[in-house]
Design a binder for this molecule. Structure first.
Ligand code: NOJ
Length: 555
């Protein structure tokens, strides 16, 4: 067994393996996790009461979506005070207690760092808005009109122009998200210093690291319409590393929609002293029509998925580290998106888990994924909370789309799908709150909930728990080489992991039809490591896979 400090990786001596290379991270969206005071909104004390559950699952860290003061235009991703806790979520004492209680269970708290923008209610912006001579003016990105119009055609990710006119000063400010999320001016040294001070405040509290919101945008050059991967991006991250977390043993993960493997190495090659890893989104975009928006979907090609994930598995080598995920608070639930959340709910949920968790990298589980939570359909826009969906609805209505078409895209891709309250049990409101939940509970909570999962030895929960334990016990999962097996039908995703003379095969059927594969060269084995159907042996010369069947076997 490789120790945390030394060991070998395929025969090469590895010094100082990092804790986050062997960890599994669990993401909490606090608003929807557990309410403790009956106001219908999840909170920090609620999370504390569920730490034993997370310890039982076996995770090493929690990525906590933002808990800072916020007017909630974008549910906490619009921060008005980085060093205070959102009133609905609790107090700084609660936060300190969460860090302490988590630590007792060997769980670290990863904070969400949202520094591409603040809220327009942040003190810095309130000052900045006061006029051109205000010392905070240059904390944000202000531009004069061009020919009486907005400075250029930059668009907000939440629809419409990225420029908002300010009557009083006659200038526009930039907001790549909502107009209540003005972009910070990273060129300004004082802005960077404020961010370093704030990060150090949290590091001194003992947090386990940062998940960095849309960090690839901080090097933007708005005048040239460059947003992602700007020229100074990596310079800023190196400065951040040096001035803040460089001397701490923490996990840092950047949200980088525009990363290719080459770019990911710039962020995560340890020699460059930037981040531990990034979230890349190439696989996430595979059901999107070329050149169109996330709302314009097309069917997933399993071959494309194999190609993309395998590329990421093999191209970082020792110069970077992968994060592994299907879900987060911005994405539809994978079991509904690419699986089958009715007939093969349990089978397909476990299939996604097995396929991902035996890859190389750090896996992330999004709350509720481990019990197979599904998308939650709406029939009318009045049921939606998410600003991105609401803005898109208005924009597309004006463009002539039908209501039905738009609601259909929201049901497929809308962010509220992931944000419905956590389903703890079959009591009213799924045990999430005794009050009125801020967002409707998915009506399937009577069947899909934590209590039911814990009571069933065969549940999705125990599949995740087993995968986490397998990772702790088997260095091959952390360090082994990855090889895609190509001689299989399109709907089968099969790969090998190889480490110090040992080989594992991971096989997953993406279809709701049985399928046969013939790979006599792999022989037969009874050493099944995990499976989502009862299976005691594998005969590769004639292997029939059931719908959504997945397993791992030692060859
Ligand atoms: C990415 C976050 O994950 C998302 O929820 C948020 O709306 C945007 N960044 C803006 O902060």
């Amino acid at each position: 067994m490789i120790s945390r400090t030394t060991g070998t990786r395929n025969g090469v001596l590895v010094l100082k393996a990092k804790w986050w290379q062997t960890a599994v991270v669990y993401q909490i969206y606090p608003r929807s996790f557990q309410d403790s005071n009956g106001d219908g909104i999840g909170d920090l004390q609620g999370i504390i009461t569920r730490l034993d559950y997370l310890e039982n699952l076996g995770i090493s860290a929690i990525w906590l979506s933002p808990v800072y003061q916020s007017p909630n235009d974008d549910n906490g991703y619009d921060i008005s005070d980085y060093q205070n806790i959102m009133t609905e979520f609790g107090t700084m004492e609660d936060m300190d207690e969460l860090i302490k209680q988590a630590e007792k269970r060997n769980i670290k708290i990863i904070m969400d760092l949202v520094v591409n923008h603040t809220s327009d209610e942040h003190q810095w912006f309130i000052e900045s808005r006061k006029g051109k001579d205000n010392p905070y003016r240059d904390y944000y990105i202000w531009r004069d009109p061009v020919n009486g119009r907005k400075p250029n055609d930059l668009r907000s990710i939440f629809s419409g122009s990225a420029w908002e006119f300010d009557e009083e000063s006659g200038q526009y400010y930039l907001h790549l998200f909502s107009k209540k999320q003005p972009d910070l001016n990273w060129e300004n040294e004082s802005v960077r210093q404020e961010v370093w001070d704030m990060m150090n405040f949290w590091l001194e509290k003992g947090v386990g690291g940062f998940r960095m919101d849309v960090i690839d945008l901080i090097g933007k050059i708005p005048d040239q319409e460059i947003t992602g991967n700007g020229p100074k991006l990596h310079e800023y991250l190196q400065e951040m590393n040096e001035k803040t977390f460089g001397n701490y043993d923490v996990l840092t993960v950047g949200e980088t929609w525009g990363a290719t493997p080459e770019i990911a190495k710039l962020y995560s090659n340890p020699k460059r002293k930037e981040l531990s890893m990034v979230f890349q989104f190439e696989h996430i975009g595979l059901d999107q029509q070329e050149g169109k928006d996330k709302w314009d979907t097309k069917p997933l090609s399993v071959n494309e998925l194999k190609k993309v994930l395998s590329k990421w598995q093999t191209s970082l080598g020792n110069e970077g580290w992968n994060s592994l995920f299907w879900n987060n608070h911005d994405l539809p639930r994978i079991v509904s998106r690419w699986g089958n959340d009715t007939t093969y709910h349990k089978e397909s949920a476990k299939m996604f888990a097995i396929l991902l968790h035996l890859m190389k990298g750090t896996p992330y589980i999004y709350q509720g994924e481990e019990i197979g939570m599904t998308n939650c359909k709406i029939t009318d826009i009045s049921e939606v909370n998410d600003i991105e969906s609401i803005n898109m609805y208005k924009e597309r209505l004006a463009q002539g789309y039908s209501k039905e078409e738009i609601i259909d895209s929201i049901n497929k891709k809308g962010r509220d799908n992931a944000r419905t309250p956590m389903q703890w049990d079959n009591s009213e409101n799924a045990g999430f709150t005794t009050g009125t939940p801020w967002l409707r509970v998915n009506p399937n909570y009577k069947e899909i909930n934590v209590t039911a999962n814990l009571a069933d030895a065969n549940s999705i929960f125990y599949c995740y728990k087993q995968l986490i334990q397998l990772r702790k016990d088997n260095p091959i999962i952390v360090w082994g080489d990855y090889v895609l097996v190509e001689e299989v039908p399109e709907q089968v995703f099969m790969y090998l992991r190889k480490f110090e003379g040992e080989t594992w095969a991971v096989v997953a059927n993406f279809g709701d039809q049985a399928v046969a594969i013939q790979l006599p060269e792999f022989g037969q084995s009874t050493r099944i490591l995990i499976a989502n159907y009862p299976r005691s042996s594998v005969e590769f010369s004639q292997l029939e896979l059931k719908p959504y069947e997945a397993f791992a076997v030692k060859l």
